[in-house]
Design a binder for this molecule. Structure first.
Ligand code: PLP
Length: 461
């Protein structure tokens, strides 16, 4: 058997090499190929260029191979190719989706009147959340957004969404797609741990109040860059005081609320008007698999579009397709059901806790390391840091980090990422699957060796 860390994360081939290899796959011919030949072709041309997310050195993104129980369910969903539109398209699929959503609401401690819908991605979940918030705002103003559109608003230019400066860019997509434009989205400052600074938030709102109508506040429980958890309860209180909808973007972080020691950090999510979650991140569900929860199930009535052939008026059978736009939709619930049944909650908690513990231990180890500048205290499984070198001046530091990133990833043994926190370019590791601090330390040591070789040669000037 091949040792896991002897398998490269990917071939390391260049853009041109990958393109060249893949060309034959789209050279469509009049006659078909046997499955055996197709298999050989895929193995030779494609597989070397796919990412091995299960390599312990893969620490750059939120991806993982599917969890075993989830994979089992996904294979059945694929075999039967169920379109979980409504009861008439798949009685078992539609009913299981409804039951699974209810069970997930309970699992996450959401309100007994809450509901949810499976989506293709966290991006679409966030977009629907903002649409629901806007619809709700229109109702306060006495009109139906679905019928009247944006011109129903008297002061469209005042409409504002607030989120952390570190919130995911899908919110920009959301305001663009809703026709509100990016000018609608204003950002809130963060504290030293990259969580929304609540005192600063109050001041920002006071300053904005005369010219802006804040209809939605987005809290991120697990930001993309640093995994920071915004303080949900204090932000909920502020949102209520200004009568704004509160959406929790838990695409990455929500799963960690299942860990008893972490639950407190998520306290208040049950009060949110909507919450998004991506089981296709560390929960091990096959892509695509996202969920949007709402606190009041009636809120989904704003999404419902009935027709003469589907979702007919008066039908009491389950219709998942009434709660979000796609009509034909994947049987996403099945892989969640089989994954939770296979592992049991205790194993899930163990699996989710492992990378968090590893990152916390790594943070403690590195806090006494003079070659490393830590950029925040980790709330979840992400750590951003910079490598220091006596050969590198302050104004070369950003370039230095980028070079370290590039060289680290070039050999296919370790994969880290980089991002910007304010003006600083920082290196970032994300631990998604079970791991240990020792394993993470191997990547850090590799990164430090590379940094030394760059620094000593003065390459970053
Ligand atoms: C906090 C957060 N929200 C939303 C998204 C978007 O999710 P998706 O990639 O499923 O569209 C991401 C993706 O990383 C994220 O980290």
């Amino acid at each position: 058997m091949v040792e896991e860390d002897k398998v490269l994360i990917y071939s390391g081939a260049s853009l041109m090499q990958v393109k060249e290899d893949l060309k034959s796959l789209v050279d469509f011919q009049k006659e078909g190929k046997s499955i055996e030949n197709l298999k050989l072709m895929i193995e030779e041309k494609l597989l070397p260029h796919l990412m091995n997310y299960n390599n312990p050195g893969f620490l750059s993104m939120f991806n993982d191979f599917p969890e075993k129980g989830a994979k089992f369910g996904a294979e059945i969903a694929l075999e039967y190719n169920q379109g979980v539109t409504d009861w008439h398209v798949s009685p078992g699929g539609a009913m299981l989706e409804e039951l699974c959503i209810k069970a997930l609401c309970t699992l996450f401690g959401l309100d007994s009147n809450s509901d949810g819908t499976f989506m293709y991605s966290g991006t679409y979940a966030n977009q629907e959340a903002l649409y629901l918030a806007l619809h709700w705002k229109a109702e306060q103003e006495g009109f139906d957004l679905a019928k009247e559109g944006l011109q129903g608003f008297d002061n469209l230019e005042r409409l504002t969404v607030l989120s952390s400066v570190d919130a995911h860019f899908s919110l920009k997509h959301a305001v663009r797609m809703l026709g509100l434009g990016e000018r609608t989205l204003l950002t809130l400052e963060v504290d030293d741990n990259r969580r929304i600074d609540v005192n600063q938030m109050r001041k920002t709102i006071d300053a904005l109040q005369d010219e802006h109508d804040i209809f939605c506040v987005v809290v991120t429980t697990g930001t993309t860059s640093t995994g920071s958890i915004d303080p949900v309860c204090p932000i909920y209180n502020i949102s209520r005081s200004i009568k704004a909808w509160m959406h929790v973007d838990g695409a990455y972080g929500l799963a960690y609320s299942l860990i008893p020691e972490y639950k407190e950090n998520f306290s208040g999510i049950e009060l949110a008007d909507s919450v998004s979650w991506d089981p296709h991140k560390q929960f091990g569900a096959p892509i695509p698999n996202s969920v949007l929860f709402v606190r009041r199930k009636e809120d989904f009535n704003r999404m419902a579009l009935r027709s003469d052939y589907l979702y007919r008026e008066g039908e009491i059978t389950p219709s998942p397709g009434l709660k979000s736009p796609p009509s034909t939709r994947p049987f996403s619930a099945l892989s969640i059901v089989t994954s939770i049944q296979y592992q049991g909650i205790s194993k899930i908690v163990e699996r989710l806790s492992s990378p968090l513990l590893a990152v916390r231990t790594l943070y403690e180890k590195l806090s006494t390391d003079s070659e490393v500048e830590l950029c925040h205290k980790p709330d979840t499984g992400i750590l951003c840091f910079r490598i220091k070198s006596k050969f590198i001046s302050a104004d070369q530091m950003n370039q230095f980090q980028k070079q370290i990133y590039k060289r680290t990833n070039s050999e296919g043994k370790h994969s880290i990422s980089f991002t910007k926190l304010g003006e600083k370019v920082v290196l970032r590791i994300v631990a998604i699957s079970p791991t240990t601090a020792e394993t993470l330390m191997k990547t850090i040591s590799y990164v430090k060796d590379i940094a030394k070789s760059i620094g000593n040669r003065g390459e970053s000037s």
